[in-house]
Design a protein around this ligand. Sequence first.
Ligand code: ADP
Length: 472
Amino acid sequence: MRLLTLLTIAELTLGGAGLVASVVLMGSTSRLARLASGITTAVDSVYTAEQAERALLLHNRESALYLITKRQEHLHLRDQARRDLESALKELSNFSESQRERHALEKAVTNAEAYLRERDQLEAEGNSADAIFTATASSLDGTQGWLETLVQINYEQAQNLQKQAKSTDALGDLVGASASAAVMLILAGVFFLLHRGLKRPLIHLIREVETLETGKLSTITVAGPAELQEVATVLNHLIDRLRQQRESQLRFLAGIAHDLRTPLNAIKLSVQYMATGEVDEDQRSTLLAVDRQVLQLDRQVGDLLDTTRVEAGHLELKVSEQNLTELVESSVKIFSGVSPRHPIRLSAPDCPVLCDCDPLRIGQVMNNLLSNAIKYSPSGGEIRVTVSLHESTACVGITDQGIGIAAEDLTGIFEPFRRTASTREAIPGVGLGLSVAKRIIEAHGGTIRVTSTRGVGSTFTLQLPRKVSQDA
Ligand code: ADP
């Protein structure tokens, strides 16, 4: 699946869940607001109906007391109670919304009007308080009864609204919790898919790309989301092109190396022939210098040819039992005296160090490492060669006091055509000796390693499988 598609689906799902949750929560919030206002109205109605009831009873009592005592304060309180009753009844009409409420209010108003009218009339006729009380009892009770009904209706309404508010609140909580759970689930799913589908293939791709740094042109695995697969495919195209370029470079070099071999051999033989003739000291040392240069050139041409053979998988070994110390000694002999500023010190165990190996190839590796040790120590310095025996391996270490190799150059130093920045311009070479040495040693089942510090020197260490003598 494409990563972008996955992220778009996750975004849309999250957006959708958020939208549904917010719509439901908005709906339940406004419903709660409506219910709260309904409850307030119902409570106000109950309060006003009870106020009307109180005013009615007060009016009745103060009217009777006035008739009995004829005191002005009762008259005053009776008038105030009447006004309160009328205003409460008027106010109640603002609260009445349902049919039942309006009906009860209508009845309460009719009864209250009848009570007031009857009382006014009976008082004007000069009836006694007792007679008036008896005559108005029915309309008074009627008003009180309908006001009670109104209180009851509003009380029930408030309870009903409260129940609805509770269930709406519970629904809101449920929707909120479900939306949070859904968001968490979606996020967890997205993280899981990203981890499985992206993180692992990405780390794998990075590791494979890092191996390119060492010069190994191995094909990159095409896996993971489509975007990563596209990157891997593009990289594989590049790797293919690099491989082709390297092959044609090697073919070209093989051609040149082959053509160089014949004139080089002719020069070598001519120099050796001239040295056998009658020559003075100066001429002899010049011939020796030419011979060394030809030898160096011959080695480089040999490296070129070997590299092409190795790359084509044609490295052949002629293996036989050898004393490694003797092979090392003969290489050391060749290079001792090549440069007076580079004394070579050899240390080796007294016993033979036996290995199954191709003596010419191991000699070639030793020559290469020794010639490098001299070449890359331009200010001179001792070169130490150590042969050592271990449980199952035999080791040869070549340590120089030369320019050394920077840490960042150490990776890939054994790949063909690798040369450090500090030597590329100043010291001649083609960057093939170490790669050939590595292939030769690995073909023997051994390893070659280097440790180096810039400006201090380098140590190259060969490790070969050791052959334990039958006599031992
Ligand atoms: P060449 O010597 O022809 O360049 P090599 O494959 O033998 O090719 O060496 C590769 C590179 O490794 C050299 O160019 C040099 O930068 C570095 N190198 C090899 N040996 C040494 C050494 N003893 N001291 C410092 N640098 C070295």
